[in-house]
Design a protein around this ligand. Sequence first.
Ligand SMILES: [Zn+2]
Length: 130
Amino acid sequence: MSEGRSPRNVVGCVAAGLAGLGVLLFLSTFFSAALNFGNFDNFEARGRSMALRAVSGMTLMIIAGVIGGVSQTRRVERTISGIHGHALRRPPPGNPPQPAARQVIKVRCKYCGSLNDETAEHCEHCGGSL
Ligand SMILES: [Zn+2]
């Protein structure tokens, strides 16, 4: 039992190890395919073992990706919450909410000059078409 070890580092090591193993397993199928090129003795059995190795290699890589992705996600979440916390630490002191910031688009009537909603088709004031 070793103490003082970050569990995330262990997870990352496991993920890297699994990924490496998976890649090796996956690539070994191509090497054995190249070595046995043109050799059709026992082709079916070899093909089956190659498929098994390729599948288990891919499975290992997927598992490693999931494990690594989880530890990666945790790191990203921590970074985001860190940025968020920093932003929260400086609130604008005594700054009243400005109504001007809320942009409302108005359409000016060409007949009477009054302002109408952007969506309005007729002037509220004189009824002329906008
Ligand atoms: Zn009008």
